[in-house]
Every structure is written in structure tokens, then in C-alpha cells.
Design a protein around this ligand. Structure first.
Ligand SMILES: CNc1nc2cc3nc[nH]c(=O)c3cc2[nH]1
Length: 369
């Protein structure tokens, strides 16, 4: 199997678990946070810096790379790892979510989705087979089935019909997937309906994927509703397969996702907000661009071991951001990614030492959103 999950330790009181994910490009500790590199680069970061800060698996997007530069060109370069000179793990999202959230004027049929490129308005079409072919050409270690992310809110009838189609599409992806060195994950849908989440899990598990993503969350629903869906859905998934919660990445959601048994997370949040000067600390977020930090010569976070916090002050970073110096957003990005990657390592250690609930209580006692 291209990707194998190894369970190391289960928390005795919750669904939290520590594990390892074995892939063709290395073995990575879980729970893991995966930086997003939509267009074959984690914005402002070099592969060397990503490796140095402990990044293991990064994401790229099929939708974007299919439109530009095209999957054929990436294949000609020898695949994504060679193209971007990254020898760690790569996961590609299948394009479904991006088509629904980016591509204007889209039309969904049983066959697939017709949409207009957000770049040049050209008419495009993706089907389960085509999305799988594109991902095989891009060459990620983990690829995702082509699905429809049920929008929020959606009525039960729409959610049911869409989820049933996503399952038929997952089967078609499985039929089209012929690369033995890649793992194809199914994506659980079902909207905010427990019966449909159960149906989606049952149908996908019967198709037997090497890993399962929880889709259709972090789409604008209240966090408590997301947690409720996780509490219901995750325990239904096989214990010996990785669980990947798509699009989730603020510290509070990461803690609650780990609590419910999630192993893998991705989110643009840390890199996106870094570029406008929002950085994460153990007490919550701060906007280092704000005037209050003009003469603040302390590091962003005195407990943080990242390159930014070891070498630069809030005042200096604020100055760089105010003057729109590129180095400023590089420093905030380095910090935010390091913070989350190491936050996951601390959670993993707490699970191994069977003190995850204490870790979680300590986190919530300090954290202001
Ligand atoms: C930022 N939130 C978010 N990013 C997502 C990506 C996804 N990809 C495929 N399918 C999904 O359902 C899905 C849901 C998501 N929510």
C-alpha cells in the first residue's frame, strides 16, 4: 500500500490518537498540520525553510495547477516533487471544492462539472475520471476523490442527493486510479445531517479506501455544529486508516479535531493571515501590524523557537509590514507555520503521555480567539 497508517497510542479517555503515516516520501508523525501550497509553493516559503521548521506533508490544488501551468507540463517536469523541488509528502485536493468555491458559473451533472476558469473565463470540465488522471499526472503521494462539497446550509434532500453522487463519483475515481505509488482517499460528505454522514461513511468504507477525509465542514457552519458532526462521524471510520479533516487549522479547531480522532489537517489560515500581519501566540492571535507594537521590542511569542522569534522583534516586523517589505510577510509566515507544526507535536506528546485532556484544558484556559 502506498500509504499506511500506524497507530502508536490511543488516548484512554477520548478519541485522540498518536500515529505515524508511512508514505513514499517519508514517514510523518500524526496528528499533523499540512501547510497549503496551492500553486506548487507554500507562499513566501522555500522548501528548505519548510523542511527546517518541520513541515512533513504539504498540499497543492488540482484545480489551480490544471488551469495553470497545466498537469501535462508538471508531468513533463517529472511531477510535483521535482517541479517544486520538495522531497517531503504532497497531497492534492481533487478540485471539486475549488470549482464550487472559485469557478464562477458552474454546472453539475452526473458526468461531472462544467465551469469557467477564474483566470481567463475559459470553459472547463472536470469529471471524476479527469480529476483522477490530472492528479496521477501531478504525482502527489495522496490524492483526493472528486467530490461535491455540500454547501452550508443545504436541505436534507439536496444533501442526500449530492452525497449519493459523491459516492458514485468516488467509485469512478477508484476505477480510474491506476498508480500504485499513490493513495486515493475518499471524502465523506453528508452536510450537517448525522444520518447522511453515516450513509456516506458506510458507502465509502464499503469501497475500501486507504484513508478518509471528512469534507463538507469548515464551510461557514458554527464551530459547535462542526464539532457535533465530527463527534458523530469520526468514530464510524476504520481505526487503522488515517482521518483527514479538510480546511481546518485554527488552534482551537485543531485541538477539538484531535480530540475527536482526526489525524491530518490543512488550512490556508496561518499563511493567509500572516500576510496581513496576524500572528498566533499561546494566548491567542495578535496583529503585529497594529500601532501598539511600534516600540515593542519583544519577540512575537517568547515561548516560540522559530527563526522569526529567535531573531526579530515585534517592532521590526511591524516596520517591515507597514513599509510593505517582502521580508515582513516571510517572517510572519515562518512564525505561523512553525507555531502550528509545533503545536501539533505538543498535542502528540500529550497523547503519548496520556495527558491530552490536561493539555486541552490548559489550552482553553489561556486561549482567546
Ligand atoms: C477551508 N474549508 C474547507 N476546505 C475544504 C476543502 C474540501 N475539499 C474537498 N471536499 C470538501 O468537502 C472540502 C471541504 C473544505 N472545507
Amino acid at each position: 500500500m502506498a500509504v499506511q497508517y500506524e497507530l502508536i497510542k490511543r488516548c484512554s479517555k477520548t478519541g485522540a490518537r498518536a500515529g505515524r503515516l508511512h508514505t513514499p516520501h517519508g514517514t510523518f508523525d500524526t496528528p499533523i498540520f499540512m501547510p497549503v501550497g496551492t500553486q506548487a509553493t507554500v507562499k513566501a516559503m522555500s522548501p528548505h525553510e519548510l523542511k527546517e521548521m518541520g513541515a512533513g506533508i504539504i498540499l497543492s490544488n488540482t484545480y489551480h495547477l490544471y488551469l495553470r501551468p497545466g498537469h501535462e507540463l508538471v508531468a513533463e517536469a517529472g511531477g510535483l516533487h521535482k517541479f517544486m523541488n520538495w522531497d517531503g509528502g504532497i497531497l492534492t485536493d481533487s478540485g471539486g471544492f475549488q470549482v464550487f468555491s472559485l469557478g464562477p458559473l458552474r454546472k453539475i451533472t452526473e458526468e461531472g462539472v462544467t465551469f469557467r476558469s477564474h483566470i481567463d473565463g475559459s470553459k472547463q470540465f472536470l469529471s471524476p475520471e479527469r480529476a483522477t488522471e490530472v492528479q496521477m499526472a501531478l504525482g502527489a503521494d495522496i490524492i483526493m476523490a472528486f467530490d461535491e462539497c455540500v454547501p452550508y446550509p443545504a436541505d436534507h434532500d439536496y444533501a442526500r442527493k449530492s452525497t449519493e453522487r459523491t459516492t458514485r463519483w468516488a467509485e469512478r475515481c477508484k476505477g480510474a486510479h491506476t498508480r500504485a505509488d499513490q493513495a486515493l482517499f475518499g471524502i465523506v460528505q453528508g452536510g450537517m445531517y448525522k444520518d447522511l454522514r453515516s450513509m456516506s461513511v458506510r458507502d465509502l468504507v464499503s469501497l475500501d479506501f486507504p484513508g478518509y477525509a471528512i469534507g463538507g465542514l469548515s464551510v461557514g457552519e458554527p464551530k459547535d455544529l462542526m464539532y457535533e458532526m465530527l463527534e458523530h462521524t469520526v468514530p464510524l471510520l476504520p481505526v487503522n486508516k488515517p482521518r483527514y479533516l479538510m480546511g481546518v487549522g485554527t488552534p482551537d479547531c485543531l485541538v477539538e479535531g484531535v480530540l475527536h480522532g482526526i489525524d491530518m489537517f490543512d488550512c490556508v489560515f496561518p499563511t493567509r493571515v500572516a500576510r496581513n500581519g496576524t500572528v498566533m501566540t499561546h494566548q491567542g492571535r495578535l496583529v503585529v501590524k497594529n500601532a501598539e507594537y511600534t516600540r515593542d521590542f519583544r519577540p512575537i511569542d517568547s515561548d516560540c523557537g522559530c527563526y522569526t522569534c529567535r531573531n526579530f522583534s515585534r517592532a521590526y516586523i511591524r516596520h517591515l509590514l507597514k513599509t510593505e517589505e517582502i521580508f515582513g510577510l516571510r517572517l510572519t509566515t515562518i512564525h505561523n507555520l512553525y507555531f502550528l507544526i509545533h503545536f501539533m507535536k505538543k498535542m502528540r506528546q500529550a497523547i503519548i503521555e496520556d495527558r491530552f485532556l490536561e493539555f486541552r484544558a490548559e489550552f482553553w484556559s489561556q486561549y482567546q480567539k
